[in-house]
Design a protein around this ligand. Structure first.
Ligand SMILES: *Cc1c(COP(=O)(O)O)cnc(C)c1O
Length: 369
């Protein structure tokens, strides 16, 4: 009998969380309500008491952060080309332009040393991304932002549970955007959160989240800004509460499995492994780079033949036709392009067994040698 298919990720939802969802479904109130408020306070507690608001996606959290930071037409936002396309799409959707800066070959995150040179009079903000849950150097990043009077909108979609110099991601900084998509380290199915800086009114954030509406004490309402439809349901918040309670356990398990990959992957296979950070990173993904001689499509198909799912996160996004239309070309960001062509995501999720890692390593050896 062959082993069951091993996907590159899978959420872990415990029975208590399933029961909590059932309770919401039976309660008669299934959209935004008491569970959302409870989820927001639990997240706020995790983020050092800062204000947190939740949304129906991580993308919504980024869109609203851009609105709250007043970034629109005429502005440029500095970001990385090696990320989920949502990062740059949100900048475009705000009416602003993304200004990409190449990544560092070791961290695969925006090369902070190159940011200064990309700043122009139009630059209003920097949007760093913690790829695979490895945090961008917050000290160096905020030193530049503060010196140049730029806002920072952290796309921390992948890095909840990670930390920088002992401080949890989300507990410091300017705007911090988180995603609870099903593939992230904790999920609500779909969902997201935004940690707000002190100079932003959480009530304005709430109005932007739901049609600009303020409920009045007399039962009436007022609308003073154009809001959208971005609220999270209590059904989703109940999942989030259960997931948040397990987040540290999930992170510990992910770190353990990542360590095992480092121990078990045969160096002779020629894979370039990610930075071995077991202090800050939450190991959202484990991503080697294939040797240049290997065809990625064939590799993925061969691993599938061994019952193993492989992901690609991500091709360099400035080469998508939408972004080429802005003038970006092959060769603009050679480090991101090289990584984007060779990167693969190996299976890594909390419910995986040590033996699953070993199975992936055995298949890697068979496929690559
Ligand atoms: C997942 C993700 C997002 C968007 O989150 P959604 O919840 O899918 O909208 C944005 N940026 C990055 C880097 C992500 O990984």
């Amino acid at each position: 009998m062959s082993a069951p298919f091993l996907p590159f990720t899978r959420p872990s939802i415990d029975e208590a969380t399933i029961a909590a969802v059932v309770q919401v479904l039976r309660s008669g109130w299934i959209t935004s309500g008491p569970r959302v408020l409870e989820f927001e306070s639990a997240l706020a507690q995790r983020c050092g008491g800062r204000s947190v608001r939740v949304f129906n996606s991580g993308t919504a959290a980024i869109d609203i952060a851009l609105k709250l930071a007043d970034i629109g037409a005429g502005a440029t936002v500095i970001t990385t080309p090696l990320t989920w396309v949502a990062t740059a799409n949100s900048i475009l959707a705000a009416g602003a332009l993304p200004k990409f800066v190449d990544v560092d070959a070791k961290t695969r995150n925006i090369d902070v040393a190159r940011i200064e040179a990309a700043i122009t009079d139009q630059t209003r903000a920097i949007m760093p991304v913690d790829l695979a849950g490895l945090p961008v150097d917050r000290d160096a990043l905020y030193a530049i932002a503060n010196a140049r009077g730029l806002r920072v909108i952290e796309d921390a979609a992948q890095s909840l549970g990670a930390s920088w110099r002992g401080q949890a991601i989300g507990s410091t900084g300017d705007f911090v955007c988180v995603s609870f998509h099903a593939n992230k380290n904790m999920t609500t199915g779909e969902g997201g959160a935004l940690v707000l800086p002190d100079d932003v009114d959480p009530k304005l954030c709430e109005r932007l989240r739901l049609q600009g509406v303020t409920r009045l004490p007399d039962g009436g309402m007022e609308v003073d800004v154009l809001g959208g439809k971005f609220n999270l349901t209590d059904i989703a918040a109940a999942i989030g509460l259960g997931q948040l309670a397990s987040l540290d356990e999930f992170t510990a398990r992910r770190r353990h499995l990542a360590r095992r990959y480092f121990e078990r992957i045969d160096p002779a296979l020629g894979l370039e492994l990610p930075l071995a950070d077991f202090t800050n990173a939450n190991w959202h993904m484990f991503q080697p780079l294939l040797p240049p001689r290997i065809d990625r499509g064939q590799f993925i198909a061969a691993m599938k033949g061994h019952g193993i799912g492989i992901g690609v996160h991500y091709p360099a996004l400035h080469l998508f036709s939408l972004y080429r239309r802005l003038g970006y070309r092959d060769g603009d960001f050679p480090v991101a392009e090289d990584i984007g062509r060779r990167i693969v995501t190996l299976p890594l999720f909390p419910a995986m067994h040590d033996a699953d890692v070993d199975r992936v390593c055995t298949a890697l050896a068979a496929v690559l040698s």
